[in-house]
Design a protein around this ligand. Sequence first.
Ligand code: PMP
Length: 435
Amino acid sequence: PYTGPSRDEILAMRKQFANPAVFTLYREPLLIVEGHMQYLYDETGRRYLDLFAGIVTVSVGHCHPTVVKRVQEQVATLQHATTIYLHPSFPLLAKKLAAKMPPGLDVTYFVNSGSEANDLAITMARLHTGHRDVIALRNAYHGGSPSAQGLTSHHTWKFPAGGDGHVHHVVNPDPYRSPFSGTPEEIATKSAREIREIVRYSTPGKIAAFIAEPIQGVGGATHGAPNYLREAYAITREHGGLCIADEVQTGFGRTGEHFWGFQNFGVVPDFVTMAKGIGNGAPLAAVTTRSDIAQALTQRIHFNTYGGNPVSMAAGLAVLDVIEQEGIQENARVVGGRLKAGLQRLQQSHALIGDVRGMGLMLGVELVRDRATKEPAQQQTLDVLEAMRESGALIGKGGLDGNVLRIKPPMCITAADVDFALDALDHALTLAARA
Ligand code: PMP
């Protein structure tokens, strides 16, 4: 049993000593002291079904025994020496990632967070192309470092300090809230055309890069019709730009059908940035690109102290093994399909649900006060989160207006867990609508 400080003591310490920008989710913050696979435990031993996976990070399960064992062994053997010396695990993980990529995408730089991975991809794109301007999507989240913050496209995550001045945001192809009309495919085409317009009006006519999450995560599981990325990549390349797929949330089998999110859209990017699921909770991120592009980074010295460290590499190697050995991607496809079908059924009986979207175990449920006006149901979203917690299930929220339920559990979740989650959500939506 848990013997540490009480929830109230921890809260008081946080209030006094933590930077106040570090926020918590629930009205009464939850103390989590243990995790096992798809479950989290509070200090009283109460179990919660984790439907948010530490913000889409715990890919194969909390404290997965294989990952734990291999990380423990590595910590006890060599924790750190840096990449100025050789160690087998760094090139081995890079080689295994290359094997998961389309041909040509075969060199990797390891860093420690998604923000760093995106920073580095943008730097390489600018160096390689000699151009400066970057196109990102509205409603994107690419990180909180000064330059990644420039890519991020929610005013709520941007500060009037720092930021990258040469980023232009184009309309995203999500058909639910698009300013364009038509079928999802027509909306995708009209949205992609905006890239050409912004290049013509706001840049010197040539760009360094286009960056997009195949499915926007923080933005609320939004994505376009399959033709969007294909058309967007073609227009980007017409203007000298490189294409960056931010797979921080969508990678490692989460979308079910494919290992990478971009594969659902039939495109081949020039950079793949990844974090979160690659380490199952270990601070590990990476950017994979072509060697001719990566060459640009050798014109000066570039170094990352913790990047490629043996402990994070051990975690990454173990995660890849587990994904393969335990059929994690196939589970995301099958169980995710069951979950999405269940959510679509709930949409028929709950007027609060405006939209159900996403793929595999990367799902979003947008709540609206009125299906005709699509007015965001912010308060009801918070109420649903609280009611789900009461039932023993933890989900996330997202979207610019905070009105999208984000359901992205550890990918070891079972059909029985999904059925429980749907029951809990049914109940929570009923309570939220009544309040
Ligand atoms: N890209 C995406 C798609 C993300 O969801 C996030 C984190 N939510 C990041 C980048 C930034 O990652 P980190 O917090 O590790 O810097």
